[in-house]
Ligand binder design. Sequence first.
Ligand SMILES: Cc1ncc(COP(=O)(O)O)c(C=O)c1O
Length: 375
Amino acid sequence: MIKAQTMKIPFTDLKPQFKEIKVAANRAFGELVKRGDYILGRDVREFECSFAGFIGTKYALGVNSGTDALFLGLLGLGIGPKDEVIVPTYTYIASAFAITYTGATPVFVDIDEKTFNIDISKIEKAITSKTKAIMPVHLYGQSADMRPILRIAKKHGLKVIEDAAQAHGAEYHGKKVGCIGDIGAFSFYPTKNLGAFGDGGMLVTNDEKLFEKLKKLRDYGRKTRYEHVSLGYNSRLDSVQALFLGQKLKKLDEWNKRRILAAKLYRKLLCGAENIILPEEASYGKHVYHIFAVRVKNRDAVLEGLKKAGVNAAVHYPIALHLQEVYRDLGYKTGDFPVAEKISHDVLCLPIYPHIKESDIKYVVKILKGLVKNG
Ligand SMILES: Cc1ncc(COP(=O)(O)O)c(C=O)c1O
């Protein structure tokens, strides 16, 4: 008798992506090895050019991670000690760490219960005489509401740096995120919608002066090979990563479409399900579903139940940043940001990736519905 096989559904699966780019990427890799320009070589320049074209900015600059993109972006905007930067409390720790690295202080703001993005109505209350910038985060692949953010920034003379680490290709009123504020910062962490085979990141801007400053910041403050005019870092995107990313970028629109279709199917199958709150899509933009997050009661038990059934779900994020130990000295306490705290207790991120099968989604939904009902 054949034993019934337990389904195994990963949270994400990158192998099919490589399969699609393998031939072209291997050819380009062979050429790179022949040229040997591994640092800021042709592949980096070409990828920066295509990425700027994709986002719709004049300039793009490859750096070695999304965290560095945010950090260098903030330095480029002149942020430093004694300054404050407003950031949502519900995001990955890197958004806040980048602010802290500059010597500035992250000032946390609660999120909107529908989109999980920064709550616009709470931003102005967080502004002080020290505030220098706002960092909206386009969480899970959905744009923050940028028009009111830009309006507030203009009124108070603040810069806007978009954390677009999770939102390659997401749109806000027809514009790609990343090109709306003063600077956009992207991550190419492998699991991102556009992911490298290691670490990588990108800064985008339309401001030429800022671009020139950022170029020095990422490469030892270099004017020429051995002339250093300002303090800079070693934060360059590797040619090898740029080469693979360039191939993957050609597929990104199609892969984002597949994510959107997967989300649609989840939505259809989960519609009206008891005790499951579905994610909301804001009418102002295009969500590219880096993450498909639902909300359930008894989240940890449901997560465990899914795991037992072979479904690898995840929690992004179980602790809001104002309650992280590392930021204890800032003096926040439980209850300060009730929406973020509530969501961190009941959020559950289901497997989603461009090549996920319909049958996998159906299986996840079946198991999830059963767990939620019995929970
Ligand atoms: C919202 C957000 N910001 C920043 C980062 C940092 O990017 P990286 O891991 O490339 O440093 C990430 C990803 O990990 C992220 O999800």
